[in-house]
Design a protein around this ligand. Structure first.
Ligand code: ADP
Length: 230
């Protein structure tokens, strides 16, 4: 089984005193898994996500994502790794409001040097897949929250990332839009996408995750497979 995430003896300490904010812990996530990360505020969820995304480095241990050991990479190599291998979706969408939907989705592909035409084709496929093609020329400010999150998911997928990371993707949505994004993440997981999501939304974790880890004080307090939950 191919592992998409491998943490070994991994810890992140923000200051010298006291226990680390996260770890030390060992964790592997296989290709095709949909992992939900839960835990109270301050338990280390964001710290874990940042380490896996290559937005931060551990103070101990190793972080290997999609076969690349990223804990020792320099800033430029890390930025390239994030651009090429990681798709990220955030609570507040983080779209660029002065670019159209199509241009928002294409942007990460263009940053990797993909030709504009190829990027446009890929963006078109994703808009169709996610049911937002009628908004292709709209600006994000005109869309509902659920539609904006679909645009953000399309943007996250444009470079075919090994890993899709989602940080409270339904956190800013009304219940109908939340349901819509939940269904979308379930579909993506069924199509084989490896997903890690941090969420307080139990309905999302239950619908989408094949596995849930629960963090308490930076430690793995539980690691449950969906088969055991249902
Ligand atoms: P969660 O995402 O579960 O709310 P975090 O990963 O944000 O938890 O935080 C875990 C712990 O690390 C908390 O005690 C938090 O205060 C601390 N922490 C997080 N980021 C920083 C930082 N940049 N500097 C210092 N302490 C931090």
């Amino acid at each position: 089984m191919t592992q998409v995430i491998e943490l070994s003896g991994t810890a992140r300490r923000y200051d010298g005193a006291g226990p680390p904010a996260l770890g030390p812990l060992d964790l592997t996530v296989a290709q095709g898994e949909a992992l939900a990360v839960t835990g109270p505020s301050g338990s280390g969820k964001s710290t874990l996500l940042n380490l896996v995304a290559g937005l931060d480095r551990p103070t101990e241990g190793t972080v290997t994502v999609a076969g690349t050991r990223i804990d020792g990479l320099g800033e430029r190599a890390l930025a390239r790794f994030r651009r090429d291998r990681i798709g990220m979706v955030f609570q507040f969408f983080n779209l660029l409001d002065d670019l159209t939907v199509t241009d928002n989705i294409q942007l990460p592909a263009q940053l990797t040097g993909t030709a504009r035409r190829t990027a446009a084709t890929r963006a078109g496929e994703l808009m169709e897949l996610l049911g937002i093609e009628r908004h292709a020329r709209a600006y994000p400010g005109r869309l509902s929250g659920g539609e904006r999150q679909r645009v953000a998911v399309a943007r996250a997928l444009v470079n075919r990332p090994a890993l899709l990371l989602a940080d409270e993707p339904t956190g800013a949505l009304d219940s109908a839009s939340g349901e819509d994004v939940r269904a979308l993440l379930v579909d993506l997981h069924r199509s084989g996408q490896t997903v890690v999501l941090v969420t307080h939304d139990l309905a999302l974790a239950e619908a989408c995750a094949t596995r849930t880890i629960h963090l308490v004080d930076g430690q793995l307090a539980a690691d449950t497979r969906a088969e055991a939950l249902r």
